[in-house]
Design a protein. Structure first.
Lengths: 120, 114
């Protein structure tokens, strides 16, 4: 139980195009999801908190117009990298904590397998 | 503010030897502490966690960690390393305030020598 999926697992795009990454909680609901970025051989950097039914909260230094987040339902959050450039190439990981009373623990985040974005 | 320090970005052990990965944290509120493992090109898998109660927590794959408040530490150990343990390990702290935002350490890459 408590599985988070991401789609696609990898994507290659041309500079200037937009890319959408989906994060789904498969067997539990999540009003909050988190998006991280990980550079090679480095730790995870929290980009934003995705809130179901409301605007995302972005960490300092993260451009909200560049990284659009939509949390349309209790099981789906999307991250759109707009006008992607080579410096946006990275490994993007989402996570979600469970809701009280549900299958997943509320004090634990469950991570997706990540999406490798390469911008040419 | 919370922070996590993982001492040693790279640790090498022989197969069958003790694994010790160090994690120290700072937090102004009672912390939740986590260890995650990441294999190449994959997401993070929870090894174990401490929230409340017993300070020695056991996780998957034979790993365990002990929460020591006086030392602000949460070191990860395994009595006998296996080749399959080679991976990146991350320590994380979150607060009990309800936001569950994680602060990650910089990670420790474990290498297991045959």
């Amino acid at each position: 139980g408590a599985v988070v999926s991401q789609h696609p697992s990898w994507v290659i795009c041309k500079s200037g195009t937009s890319v959408k990454i989906e994060c789904r909680s498969l067997d539990f609901q999540a009003t909050t999801m988190f998006w991280y970025r990980q550079f090679p051989k480095q730790s995870l950097m929290l980009m934003a908190t995705s809130n179901e039914g409301s605007k995302a909260t972005y960490e300092q230094g993260v451009e909200k117009d560049k990284f659009l987040i939509n949390h349309a339902s209790l099981t789906l959050s999307t991250l759109t990298v707009t006008s992607a450039h080579p410096e946006d190439s990275s490994f993007y990981i989402c996570s979600a904590p469970g809701l009280a009373g549900g299958l997943a623990s509320t004090d634990t985040q469950y991570f997706g397998p990540g999406t490798r974005l390469t911008v040419l | 503010a919370q922070s996590v320090t993982q001492l040693g970005s790279h640790v090498s052990v022989s197969e069958g030897a003790l694994v010790l990965l160090r994690c120290n944290y700072s937090s102004s509120v009672p912390p939740y502490l986590f260890w995650y493992v990441q294999y190449p090109n994959q997401g993070l898998q929870l090894l174990l966690k401490y929230t409340t109660g017993a300070t020695l927590v056991k996780g998957i794959n034979g790993f365990e960690a002990e929460f020591k408040k006086s030392e602000t530490s949460f070191h990860l150990t395994k009595p006998s390393a296996h080749m399959s343990d080679a991976a990146e390990y991350f320590c994380a702290v979150s607060s009990t305030s309800g936001t569950y935002k994680y602060i990650f350490g910089t990670g420790t890459r474990l290498k297991v020598l045959a």
